[in-house]
Design a protein around this ligand. Sequence first.
Ligand code: NAD
Length: 269
Amino acid sequence: MEKKLQNQVAIITGASSGIGAGVAKSLASAGATVIINHPVAATKEPADAVLADIIKDGGKGITYQCDVSKENEVIEMFADVVKQFGTVDILINNAGLQRDSPFDKMTLEQWNFVLGVNLTGQFLCAREAIREFLRRGVDETKSKAAGKIICMSSVHEVIPWAGHANYAASKGGIMLMMKSISQEFAWKKIRINSICPGAIQTPINRQAWETPQALNELLTLIPYKRIGQPEDIGNVAVWLASDDSDYVNGISLFVDGGMTLYPGFTTNG
Ligand code: NAD
């Protein structure tokens, strides 16, 4: 891959599995030094395995444990990375999870847990990234922008999702946080956009693809008739983080095989 992110440092949250791991690999192939964030001691081993793959392919990076929903841990992660690598150029705000429940049975704990990681976690990381981008300003030897943030949203920032109100609310929240801060900091040459994946084959949605029956049902929702792979998101993340997309600000880029095209109407509804 062309080294479009050479000499840039990228933090990818929730990168020990799924989309985050795929994005970390793609960014590393494009020349970035990747910080593979993972939340707890138990995720160190899979994070190390992602790093080992990256190093085997000639890439560079480290793993870093930090729970993105905890303010002190996020502040410390950014400070440590700046100390070790000089700055942060790219943030991939990817960590996310589900705690599904019928709405009338949803506990406050389930609600707060999902909002805490998916939305507050993105707020905390974006705030630290922006503080660093503002401190450093543009370094034209690396990029036309002072920094780039990519928020991992979902098709569920626009598609309502029964039984997943906490998750859908977190993704809808990401949309307007992303657009608001993009508007606020564009003049500082900070670019902030979202990727909205459709169905990507990862541990988060295993039950939707692990049997042929489930997969066939899922494919009725996808006009392009295949489930997405982490690499599909990684390729788009490299473009959005590179100067090739320098004039792209505040967009939600749907990478979903057409899932948001109202597939039920394909045969006229
Ligand atoms: P995944 O479960 O493989 O990845 C989520 C990652 O987040 C895990 O590695 C987990 O350890 C990490 N994480 C959880 N809590 C954390 C915390 N407090 N701090 C740091 N990391 C934490 O699932 P995925 O599909 O790769 O999901 C990645 C992102 O993509 C999520 O934001 C998810 O909502 C979004 N997404 C996924 C799909 C899909 O179809 N897979 C579709 C739309 C959006």
